[in-house]
Unconditional design. Structure first.
Length: 201
């Protein structure tokens, strides 16, 4: 690594371009981890929304850190800077900032902010019934009744969200059916791909 100190300014410029590509690899690693976390039999719309919101917040944090010359979120870039004892040129840092801003903007355009009016599906026991959207009067009354049922609350904390709503189909069919239409559709192609592979193997 001591060879880095013998490089010319032109060599440093090309090395920084290489580091930019390696930093892009760090970003792809984060995106790959996100992609893998969005797969599985128990993934539902809310889990996906939470993970997408988390990565969008991380983009903002990374932008702030890069503007403050803190590169720990990008191990390859951070290692280069620490090893070479060089500061990242403002032009190169600006390229990183623009890239992350574009990435954050693209994610926000593709994944709009979650609708808080559906939080009653995620947690019917800690949601104000009057804030629940798209419910009929009958469904609001049932949600109020259900949200006060302590035995259901105990079950809710022990089982998967989709399974909880499936249990309620006999006691609260209107709410359960509305919720399942919101929760069960394929959030990702993972289940479809698994079924397809099973069928053809």
């Amino acid at each position: 690594m001591q060879l880095i100190f013998l490089l010319t300014a032109a060599d440093i410029f090309y090395l920084l371009q290489l580091i930019f590509l390696l930093t892009a690899a760090d970003i792809f690693t984060y995106l790959n981890e996100l992609n893998l976390s969005l797969q599985g039999a128990t993934v539902n719309r809310f889990k996906i929304e939470d993970k997408i919101e988390a990565i969008i917040i991380k983009f903002g944090l990374w932008l702030k850190r890069i503007n403050n010359c803190v590169y720990e979120s990008f191990p390859t870039l951070n290692d280069f800077i620490e090893t070479s004892n060089k500061e990242l040129p403002d032009e190169t840092r600006q390229i990183f900032v623009e890239h992350l801003m574009t990435l954050k903007s693209s994610f926000r355009n593709y994944f709009p902010c979650p609708d808080s009016g559906n939080n009653w599906i995620r947690d019917p026991f800690n949601t104000e019934v009057s804030n629940a959207k798209h419910l009929s009067v009958f469904e609001e009354d049932n949600l109020a009744k259900m949200s006060c049922d302590t035995s259901l609350k105990l079950q809710f904390n022990k089982i998967e969200l989709t399974n909880f709503w499936l249990l309620l189909r006999s006691d609260y069919p209107a709410l359960a059916n509305r919720e399942l239409k919101h929760l069960v559709p394929f959030c990702t192609t993972y289940l479809w791909e698994q079924a397809f592979l099973y069928y053809f193997m």
